[in-house]
Design a binder for this molecule. Structure first.
Ligand code: COA
Length: 261
């Protein structure tokens, strides 16, 4: 993994840990940090040793308090479109990653931080996490896919309320709205929960996990027929050695050993 300025990376037991590390700026996502994320996810796709990713923020106060406002204070219509499209493209890479990506959100999870968390496959929050899309306070709207993913995750009425008021909600409310999967008291416990889920996923057939990502995502794409994607993906799974291994192991009453091929 290449050296990064704004994101700490650590690989352990097949899991890549990413920590957005701009604690003095509440881990705000500036352009350079987004570029680093892009490079990291390109490598995640190619590197067979990386089986899963956990993203968190440095310190206890914030996961990420949004896009870096110092960089978005002087946009014009042309570069604002590019700004949004660039972020959308990078977050789509995360959402489409064939390896599980879990956000462990501690503290402020706002604006682009909430959008990044929503692009991950699951979200685990600490009890002090606060979620919101406060862009309206700056006279703008979420631009990294938040208007779409928030609506899909929590439904139209609540998404409208959160985006139109800019209000923050706590971790328990976020859980009751299905914005987060689990809430744990501390960051260490939230991290342990993410690791527990990842360990379980890592014992399954990797190709099938990737197909689940494709199929779930296609349920949300108007131009795609999710049922068709599912049938195609299902057919791709049965071409794999892991399919033969999984079914044989069941019939032979033993544990499967998956190879990701
Ligand atoms: N972009 C750039 N800098 C940010 C930032 C952001 N999104 N969020 C926080 N910071 C910086 C602050 O400017 C401050 O920097 P400074 O010490 O150099 O002045 C530092 O992080 C600490 O933030 P501060 O506001 O002093 O902390 P707080 O505890 O009083 O408030 C927040 C925390 C998160 C409520 C507040 O910082 C905030 O509202 N941030 C903006 C959230 C937002 O609108 N996000 C969407 C952006 S599109």
């Amino acid at each position: 993994m290449a050296e990064n300025q704004n994101i700490l990376t650590e690989e352990k037991n097949g899991v890549l840990y990413l920590t957005v590390n701009r604690e003095d700026k509440m881990n705000a996502l500036n352009y350079a940090t987004l570029e680093e994320l892009k490079g990291i996810f390109e490598e995640v796709a190619d590197n067979r040793a990386i089986k899963a990713v956990i993203i968190t923020g440095s310190g206890e106060k914030a996961f990420i308090a949004g896009a870096d406002i110092s960089e978005i204070a002087s946009l014009n219509e042309v570069n604002a479109r590019k700004f949004a499209e660039n972020g959308q493209e990078i977050f789509a890479m995360i959402e489409n990653c064939h390896k599980p990506v879990i956000a462990v959100t501690n503290g402020y999870t706002l604006g682009g931080g909430c959008e990044l968390a929503m692009a991950c496959h699951m979200r685990i929050a600490t009890a002090n996490a606060k979620f919101g899309q406060p862009e309206v306070n700056l006279g703008i709207i979420p631009g990294y896919g938040g208007t779409q993913r928030l609506t899909l995750l929590i439904g139209r009425g609540k998404a409208n309320e959160l985006m139109m008021t800019g209000d923050m909600i706590g971790a328990e409310e976020a859980k009751s709205l299905n914005l987060v999967n689990h809430v744990l008291p501390t960051k260490a416990e939230a991290m342990a929960k993410a690791e527990e889920i990842i360990a379980k996923i890592m014992s399954k057939a990797p190709l099938a996990i990737g197909m689940i990502v494709d199929c779930v995502n296609s349920a949300f794409l108007a131009e795609e027929n999710g049922y068709q994607t599912e049938a195609n993906s299902f057919a791709r799974c049965v071409k794999s050695g892991d399919y033969k291994e999984g079914t044989s192991a069941f019939l032979e009453k033993r544990k499967p050993v998956f190879k990701g091929e």
